[in-house]
Design a protein around this ligand. Structure first.
Ligand code: BG6
Length: 278
């Protein structure tokens, strides 16, 4: 597979098989397009995004690493530096039933200000009728390392007023700095800004959209983020149209809060999410 260049200079790989079509950018190792054959696309991207070098694409699956949200360190970028870094395309494997595309993240000298640890990180896409994304961290050093991370997936949901998300029973969440709140009920409906960091969450959630049910499952993750900016925040967001909140929601497989990743020396951890039309 050869890489191609987008109008603004960003490089990407395109996959077109009997099972799916996909496009993945080297910047951020960010997938922005995934369509299982004969079905609707499974990822949302804002039409306001112009694919600039140096800023993550507003849609698809940005990788938040090695911290999710704001860093306690002043001046550090929100959601880490992986989503704006250029990853290395390591391999493309054509299997009978899927294509596997692997990226690694070289840590540059300037990145060591953010991440001075002897670890490696790779992102593996397994593309079939399902989109599977696996983020693996390995600690090569001789002391313990902790990090938080998320696969910040944007989904097309047609109409936020008619969306129900399910699979949230018996979880806890923090929202706008408050909580944790216990959530007994399985469903979440949307009628205001929603920005919940869930923990103690079961492995499968579903988005019941007008076009069908999108199923999002997770491995080695007990946390996820559910986000819709609603009206006011949409106006403040970069690379986002004022009415984009109507057609998207983020459901992000994560390792955050008490579910953060802690790696002993020589230990590894793989966070995986599987995304499909059910
Ligand atoms: C979500 C956060 O995951 O990402 C939100 O929970 C945040 O609070 C959103 O606004 C988008 O972040 P950014 O940095 O891509 O604008």
């Amino acid at each position: 597979v050869t890489t191609k260049k987008h109008a603004n200079g960003l490089e990407y790989v395109e996959i077109n098989t009997a099972q799916c079509k996909a496009r993945i950018f080297l910047q951020g190792a960010q997938i922005d397009y995934f369509e299982p054959v004969g079905k609707e696309p499974l990822l949302w991207v804002s039409s306001a995004d112009d694919y600039q070098v140096g800023s993550g694409i507003r849609g698809g699956v940005p990788v938040c690493w090695p911290w999710f949200g704001m860093s306690p360190n002043p001046g550090f970028p929100q959601h880490g530096f992986a989503r704006t870094s250029i990853w290395t395309l390591d391999s493309v494997k054509m299997l009978d039933e899927a294509v596997e595309v692997k990226f690694t993240l070289p840590i540059s000298d300037s990145d060591t200000q953010y991440w001075p640890h002897d670890t490696s990180v790779e992102l593996l896409f397994r593309l079939s009728e399902t989109l599977s994304v696996s983020l693996t961290n390995i600690n090569h050093g001789d002391y313990e390392v902790s990090l938080t991370q998320a696969l910040h997936s944007y989904f097309p949901i047609e109409d936020i007023h008619q969306l129900t998300a399910t699979g949230f029973s018996d979880s806890k969440y923090i929202e706008f700095g408050k909580g944790p709140f216990n959530q007994a009920q399985d469903d979440v409906d949307f009628n205001r800004e929603t920005d919940r960091v869930y923990t103690n969450l079961g492995p499968v959630q579903q988005l019941h959209t007008r076009k069908g049910i999108i199923e999002v499952s997770r491995e080695n993750s007990h946390s996820a983020v559910l986000w819709n900016p609603w009206i006011d925040k949409s106006q403040r967001l970069s690379r986002f149209n004022d009415d984009d909140y109507l057609s998207m929601v983020c459901l992000e497989a994560a390792n955050v809060l008490e579910d953060k990743v802690t790696l002993a020396p020589k230990e590894s951890h793989t966070l995986t999410t599987h995304i499909r039309w059910k």
